[in-house]
Every structure is written in C-alpha cells, then in structure tokens.
Design a protein around this ligand. Structure first.
Ligand code: IMP
Length: 188
C-alpha cells in the first residue's frame, strides 16, 4: 500500500520508514510532487492535522496521514498549543518563543506543561486520529544543545534532564511524537 506522510521533512520521514512494515511504501509530499504550501489555518492541532491529511487524500487520491504538535502549558489554558511555532510572531523564532513563555509564566509557581501530538489518518474511506502526550515541567533557564523548539526548557516527569540534554535517541523513544506514532503503527 502507498501511504503519504504529509511532510517535507526527510528526517521525520526516515524515522517513520524504519518502523513501518515493508508492505507499506511511505511517500513524502515531495515524493508525490506536492510542492504547494498547505495552509495550516486550524484552531486546534486536530484541525491542522486533518487539513493536511484530507488535502492529500482529496487532491492526490492517496492514503495519507499528517501530524501536528505543540506545547500546552497548564496555567496558560493550553497555550501556546497550535501556535507553538509562531508564539512570538510569524518569524518562528525559538529564542523569542521561549522568552515569551518565561514572560507569561513569570511569578507563577505551577510550571506544569505537556507536549502533544495529533496524527490524523485518512485511509480509503476511513478517518481517525491518534494522540501522544508527554507531561513535564518548564524551567526558567535553557539547558542542553540537542533537539529543537522548547526542548531546552522542558523536563519530562521522571527525568532530571531537559529534552535538549537527553539526546535524540532517548527523546525519540519517550516523546509525544513517538507515542502518537506507536499508536498509529499498532492500528495499521
Ligand atoms: P510540529 O507540528 O512538529 O511542526 O511542531 C510545531 C511546533 O511545536 C514546533 O515548531 C515547536 O515550537 C513545538 N514543538 C513540537 N514538538 C516539539 C518537541 O518535541 N520539542 C520542542 N518543541 C516542539
């Protein structure tokens, strides 16, 4: 079966390819010639994931799944959530995003947060979604050089190192993304 992962990111594609059975031919957006930008105009992670997966299914007639992730902070009612990448503006600046988190958490003792991934799946005439959550706490200094986004300020429950200090091998086993993908793979 041909299955499109609605991403242009070769690293994400390769990671998932390793986990899939040989009977599935995994293709990226680039592989199917989808170079147009799919606008993520949804108000939730779910909406954005479905926008991407449904676009490919409708426009290209191919089975597809798409993911969307974000940081959700308890005392900020789940912000930045769906706008995690552009929390501090459209320039998608990680430093500025982290600075904004600190500004909004200033004086708050509860720094609990979670990363959440939603995968929307459109296969034949079925649609469903898989969710992965990793809980933890935010710290007010940056620690570690690995990872991306909010990794340097997030320590997941049961650990003392940030996601940026843990390294990709460990993070990719315990992350929100890993959990959501594992669920998805189990359902294929
Ligand atoms: P995406 O949906 O995977 O592109 O994630 C959207 C945004 O959420 C990223 O640009 C980051 O700001 C944030 N984010 C998602 N996953 C992670 C993660 O594993 N570590 C740090 N930040 C993340």
């Amino acid at each position: 079966m041909k299955l499109v992962f609605a991403t242009h990111n070769p690293n994400k594609l390769e990671e998932i390819k390793q986990l899939l059975p040989d009977s599935i031919e995994l293709l990226s957006l680039t592989d199917i010639g989808c170079i147009e930008e799919i606008e993520e105009t949804g108000k939730t992670l779910e909406e954005n994931a479905y926008i991407k997966a449904r676009y490919v299914k409708t426009q290209y007639g191919l089975n597809c799944f798409a993911d969307d992730s974000g940081l959700e902070i308890d005392v900020l009612n789940g912000a930045p959530g769906v706008i995690s990448a552009r929390y501090a503006g459209r320039q998608k600046d990680n430093e500025a995003n982290i600075a904004k988190v600190w500004e909004n958490l200033n004086n708050k003792s509860n720094k609990a947060a979670q990363f959440r991934t939603v995968i929307a799946v459109c296969i034949e005439d079925k649609e469903w979604e898989c969710e992965g959550i990793v809980r933890g706490n935010l710290i007010d200094e940056k620690r570690g050089d690995g990872g991306f986004g909010y990794d340097p300020i997030f320590i997941t429950d049961g650990y003392t190192k940030t996601f940026a200090e843990l390294g990709s091998e460990i993070k990719n086993k315990i992350s929100h993304r890993a959990k959501a993908f594992q669920l998805f793979l189990n359902q294929l």
